[in-house]
Design a protein around this ligand. Structure first.
Ligand code: NAP
Length: 223
């Protein structure tokens, strides 16, 4: 058993999720920001890859006070459980996600994470070991389900999202497409990683909705 996995990503009109320097860029506007915050607030957990933590240092907290109050009214912490997929335990101990806002943090590591760093991380988070080399996403999702997590939102980046697609672990995929052109052949896209081939076949999705939001469009795909 595993949680329902909902991936949300914002990309430019030319399909980039950040710049070649991996700098975080504003792609969507306030209306889409509110939708993403609400999705986060209704989820039991939110997950990102270590690449996103190192590039953006996000806190992954629920931003709207109304959404936070709605959670506490349901006897839940203000923020969903925050999960970082980080095989080697590279997350800085000063990372915002480990300190800002209340609620449980989980750092998911593999057997390659140095014991000393795991000991340090255990002082500020719950550490889950899943897999030998990279984090085994099937094992991780199984452990999250056992902990009571039923809806898991994934906010990126492209490497983690590709890893989830590769294992058939994505149930819903929201892509907000903004009106900028970021360009750069090495700029991250929503599903980076080694890529799928014609021989292997491509994951196919069903379009569940297409809505204009501000200057962009939100596509809602289902697996
Ligand atoms: P990422 O997807 O956040 O993290 C990837 C890392 O996760 C891997 O390099 C790997 O590092 C770790 N990992 C462990 N097990 C894995 C597995 N089974 N499958 C996949 N990954 C696994 O990093 P990224 O691709 O570099 O993306 C970061 C970029 O995305 C940044 O530029 C950020 O600004 C951008 N971003 C954009 C949005 C948006 O919506 N526009 C949202 C989020 C991020 P280890 O081997 O060390 O474990």
């Amino acid at each position: 058993m595993r949680p329902r996995v909902i991936v949300n990503v914002a990309m430019s009109a030319d399909g980039k999720i950040s710049t070649v320097e991996r700098r975080q860029v504003k792609i969507s506007g306030p209306e889409d920001f509110a939708r993403v915050d609400a999705l986060k607030a209704e989820s039991d957990a939110i997950m990102v890859g270590i690449g996103t933590v190192l590039a953006d240092d996000p806190s992954l907290t629920v931003k709207s006070e109304t959404n936070r109050h709605a959670r506490t009214a349901r006897q839940k912490p203000e923020n969903p459980v925050r999960v970082i997929v980080d095989s080697k335990g590279r997350i800085p101990l000063t990372a915002a996600v480990l300190h800002k806002g209340e609620g449980l943090r989980i750092v998911a590591v593999s057997g390659t994470a140095p014991r000393d760093k795991v000991n340090e991380l255990e002082k500020v988070s719950t550490v889950i070991v899943a897999g030998e080399e990279n984090v085994d996403l099937v094992s991780l999702l199984g452990q999250l389900y056992t902990m009571g997590i039923r809806q898991l939102m994934v906010e990126g980046g492209g490497t983690l999202i590709a890893g989830l697609f590769a294992q058939g672990l994505v149930d819903e995929f929201y892509t907000f497409i903004g009106n900028s052109i970021i360009s750069g052949k090495d700029a991250p896209t929503p599903a980076d990683g080694p890529g799928f081939s014609v021989a292997r076949g491509f994951p196919r999705l069903v379009l569940a909705g297409a809505t204009q939001i501000g200057d962009g469009v939100l596509l809602h795909w289902k697996a």
